[in-house]
Design a protein around this ligand. Structure first.
Ligand SMILES: [Zn+2]
Length: 422
């Protein structure tokens, strides 16, 4: 009877459900109204997120999702994620042994503390990025880089229980490595189509997605946290791709694209090769061509943000946050070109600069890789081959690791050098 009364109370107090979607499917998660806003069962998120709720002691719980560890206490309106503390709209509660969380924790804390999640304000739903291919994107073991320890230790789902440490995270000693992998185009935006003179038809959006997924898998295998801007055939606004990157606090942003020859060239069909761009004003006619091609995706977006047609880049170049990454970005682009040169049959077209919108909003070293010309039948076949896609992904992953190693050495060197000098 008590039970019946409780159910009745809960039904009466039902609030609109939380929608969680991953581009493939959406699920509704029931919420219950409380004085401080809607609450929901933490474990009800399990169908969409690899969530693990540990009951640590009487009132404290640890929630693990993709390596992020969120610590909450029943009755205390805050959540700890690593070294960060976030206030909660309502204190977590325990109902029939189930941990209940305020909806606000999902909408406000998850996007900043949990990888691969984004709160879509307009639709009021939690968007999850890499659920569609969990085999590819599930973070792997910790400490693969010479004993390096991630700031937020990632769970190893294969680890024996005896090793399963519930101890507090090890303090930061090294850099946590997060790389944002961006598959160009998607949804209604096919990107380029080719080849020009016959051969199996390709769509850029399919190639970029395949290579991006492989790149992510390669990076995960090297112990890096990977955040994808998309894992399905969906259109993500160019500016949103950068915002996703910033929210994830990435170290690098790598955007994958397929090139297309200008029909006015002397031999458009014959154009081949790979090139890597970093953000700047377009320097050459050819760079402007690629810039216009890749920026054209804006026309597919519902409400493209305003672009100053006269000088679209003036505001970017004056933005110190991005400027400080130009040198790093060009170095990363250079290493990627060298690495691709070891396996790619096409000529290296070099490191180039252009004002890609997709790179503008990513406040971190950011590059855009044109992995080949889809207009050339031979190269279209090359970038369509799963084996070659793996090889391209491995080359880019090698380059990213090399870059990060160099960067961390540089930063550590500066720190080590400044110590004794004082
Ligand atoms: Zn493209």
């Amino acid at each position: 009877m008590i039970w019946t009364a409780l159910v009745a109370m809960q039904l009466a107090a039902a609030a609109p459900p939380l929608m969680v979607s991953d581009g493939h499917k959406s699920v509704r998660v029931a919420t219950v109204a409380s004085a401080n806003g809607p609450m929901l069962r933490a474990d009800a998120l399990a169908p969409m997120l690899p969530i693990d709720v540990h009951h640590d002691s009487a009132s404290s719980y640890t929630i693990e999702i993709w390596g992020a560890r969120l610590r909450v206490e029943a009755g205390v309106a805050m959540v700890k994620a690593g070294d960060d503390v976030y206030p909660l709209a309502a204190a977590p509660t325990v109902d029939h042994g189930r941990l209940m969380l305020p909806l606000q924790m999902i909408s406000e804390v998850f996007p900043v503390a949990v990888p691969n999640t984004r709160w879509d304000v307009t639709s009021g739903q939690l968007v999850v990025f890499n659920v569609g291919s969990s085999a590819v994107t599930m973070p792997r073991a910790v400490a693969q880089n010479g004993g390096e320890v991630a700031r937020a230790p990632r769970p190893n789902y294969d680890r024996p229980a005896a090793n399963d440490s519930r101890l507090p995270p090890v303090p930061t000693k090294h850099f946590r490595r997060t790389i944002i992998v961006d598959a160009g185009h998607g949804g209604v935006d096919n990107g380029m189509t080719g080849p020009l003179n016959g051969g199996p038809r390709i769509y850029e959006k399919d190639i970029t997605l395949a290579v991006a997924n492989r790149l992510g898998a390669q990076l995960s295998g090297r112990g890096v946290d990977v955040v994808y801007t998309r894992t399905a055939d969906t259109l993500i606004a160019l500016d949103d791709r950068g915002r996703i990157a910033n929210r994830a606090n990435g170290n690098l942003f790598i955007s994958i694209h397929v090139n297309a020859a200008n029909p006015n060239w002397k031999d458009p069909v014959g154009a081949r090769g790979f090139e890597t761009y970093f953000l700047s004003e377009a320097r050459t006619e050819d760079a402007r061509r690629v810039e216009q091609m890749e920026n054209a995706a804006v026309r597919f977006e519902d409400s493209p943000s305003k672009i100053d047609r006269d000088d679209p880049l003036s505001f970017i170049l004056s933005d110190m946050r991005q400027n400080e990454h130009l040198r790093e970005s060009s170095e990363l682009a250079d290493i990627i070109q060298q690495s691709l040169g070891k396996m790619h049959p096409g000529p290296s077209r070099g490191v180039k600069q252009a004002g890609f919108r997709v790179l503008v909003t990513a406040y971190m070293p950011a590059v855009l890789v044109e992995i080949g010309f889809g207009t050339n039948a031979r190269e279209a076949a090359f970038i369509s081959s799963p084996a070659k896609q793996d090889a391209i992904a491995a080359a880019i992953a090698d380059a990213a690791m090399k870059y990060l190693d160099r960067y961390e050495q540089r930063v550590n060197g500066v720190r080590a050098g400044s110590g004794p000098a004082r």
